[in-house]
Design a protein around this ligand. Structure first.
Ligand SMILES: Cc1ncc(C[n+]2csc(CCOP(=O)(O)OP(=O)(O)O)c2C)c(N)n1
Ligand SMILES: [Mg+2]
Length: 293
């Protein structure tokens, strides 16, 4: 353990942490329920902090829940277990959803979520691997997660390990050129144990993606770079679980997950202003009411 590792939040995995993998209920119904709890906790965290990225947190919630509760081989009591699957949240501004999922999965105590963005809290506005167990990479500046994930997949291959690497990218984020260098490298090397998931909510900060810098035909672009491309409703839990298998045909996999920014709160859905607008007290109450229905 290096100095950075030892400064991580005094995180003891909760009792849940030692829960045997077999005891986790991985059914889509159970996962949908967890996702609803995550959405509620995101609203509460942002309300308390007075900051956050609510729209993108809500669009990526089902994807993160499917990964952490249904797919990733991780052990919350051993966040640095060498054989674990690696997950990188490249759209790091949506860390509120990631923290909530990590806490629910047992990486740290859910009570810590109340300190989201508070002075001296380890739960910063972007993920930090030196501070929070379960976080694999520091992200926030867009365009870095896929290059890191490609490196992770190459490292697994070079060291003869069979862990898998997953990365979630924002769609607006794909306007960063570094993604396409990494995509080209992954295709060239046939990194079939790499899965990139695009949170295709069609909005970025302040505008729609297609008005800002057109991404379509997005599937064709990844296909041309040598990827196995699948498209899915990013809020359909059984379908998501289905898509997250390795490609197995010598190509990296790209899952384009069609989502709604602000998903689950009707007045936030698909509205550009909810990228990082903070709900007022009435809006918080209305959001929590909808999410408990
Ligand atoms: C390199 C870089 N430029 C600008 C920003 C500021 N920024 C934060 S979020 C965001 C929009 C991201 O949109 P998208 O990737 O579509 O994410 P989502 O819609 O899921 O929130 C921008 C421009 C940043 N974090 N990094
Ligand atoms: Mg987007």
């Amino acid at each position: 353990m290096n100095a950075g590792e030892s400064s991580k939040v005094a995180i003891q995995a909760r009792a849940l942490g030692r829960m045997g993998e077999a005891e986790l209920d991985r059914s889509p119904t159970a996962l949908d329920k967890i996702a609803r709890q995550v959405r509620r906790s995101v609203i509460t965290m942002i309300d308390k902090a007075g900051m956050g990225h609510v729209g993108g947190d809500l669009s990526v919630t089902d994807i993160l829940t499917a990964l952490y509760f249904g797919v990733l081989r991780v052990d919350p009591t051993m966040p640095d277990w060498p054989d674990r699957d690696r997950f990188i949240l490249s759209k790091g501004h949506c860390v509120g959803a990631l923290y909530s999922v990590l806490a629910k999965r047992g990486f740290f105590d859910e009570a810590l979520l109340a300190d989201f963005l508070a002075p001296l809290s380890p739960l910063n506005g972007h993920p930090n691997r030196r501070k929070v167990p379960g976080v694999e990479a520091n992200t926030g500046p867009l365009g870095h997660g896929l290059p890191i994930a490609v490196g992770s997949a190459i490292a697994a291959r070079l060291s003869g390990c069979n862990w898998r690497t997953f990365v979630v990218l924002g769609d607006g984020e794909l306007q960063e050129g570094s993604n396409w260098e990494a995509a080209m490298c992954a295709g060239h090397r046939g990194l079939e144990r790499l899965t990139a998931i695009v949170d295709r909510n069609r909005l970025q900060q302040g505008a729609r993606t297609e008005e800002t810098n057109r991404l379509e035909p997005l599937a064709d672009k990844f296909t041309a770079f040598g990827w196995d491309v699948l498209e899915v409703d990013g809020h359909d839990m059984p379908a998501l679980l289905d898509m997250f298998g390795a490609s197995g045909d010598g190509r990296p996999r790209c899952v384009i997950a069609h989502t709604s920014k602000g998903r689950g709160v009707s007045f936030m859905e698909d509205r550009v202003e909810w990228h990082h607008k903070v709900p007022n007290a009435d809006e918080v109450a209305a959001a929590l009411k909808e999410l408990s229905a």
